[in-house]
Design a protein around this ligand. Structure first.
Ligand code: RB5
Length: 165
């Protein structure tokens, strides 16, 4: 999310379980002056969360959007899927504290929410914290993020996993 740069363009995506919350958050975000890029779904008909998470993660990693929000029933599947996109740092948050830390310490660029786990008002509080909290930029946090990037850009982790099998 460009560290201290305040997000304006927000990519949104959900499956059927997250549809209602996505629509509600979109209204709140538009009212608050944010630009929303909605990658679906567009109804509560059953669908597959990886499709929408992937689209949101791509929009964020490519720079089309400043940050992303993915929503499914628990937020678990959506976050797993988003994190398969290189450069995505998707954090599943369930209160303001986890959102603040995910931004401040992890410079997370995609927020995952569980629509069947938290209420709408809490979700909005989490989103506001997410959007207003910059990355701290502290050296220890940068170092750790660089280690994650290094893991992502080499196949060292994969090789090690194969050796252990
Ligand atoms: C859909 O029933 C549900 O599995 C999905 O929304 C999500 O919670 C997966 O992690």
């Amino acid at each position: 999310m460009g560290n201290t740069h305040k997000p304006i363009r927000i990519a949104l995506g959900s499956d059927h379980a997250g549809f209602e919350l996505k629509e509600w958050l979109k209204t709140k975000l538009l009212e608050a002056g944010y630009e929303c890029h909605d990658f679906g779904t567009d109804s509560n008909q059953s669908c597959d969360y990886p499709d929408f998470s992937f689209a949101v993660a791509q929009a964020v990693v490519s720079g089309q959007c400043d940050t992303g929000i993915v929503i499914c029933g628990t937020g678990v599947g959506s976050s797993i899927a988003a994190n398969k996109v290189r450069g995505a740092r998707c954090a599943l948050c369930w209160n303001e504290y986890t959102a603040r830390m995910a931004r401040s310490h992890n410079d997370a660029n995609i927020l995952a929410l569980g629509a069947r786990v938290i209420g709408m008002e809490l979700a909005w509080e989490i989103v506001k914290v997410w959007l207003e909290t910059p990355f701290s930029g502290e050296e220890r946090h940068r170092r750790r993020l660089e280690k994650i990037s290094a893991l992502e850009s080499s196949d060292a982790a994969l090789q090690e996993a194969k050796t252990l099998c």
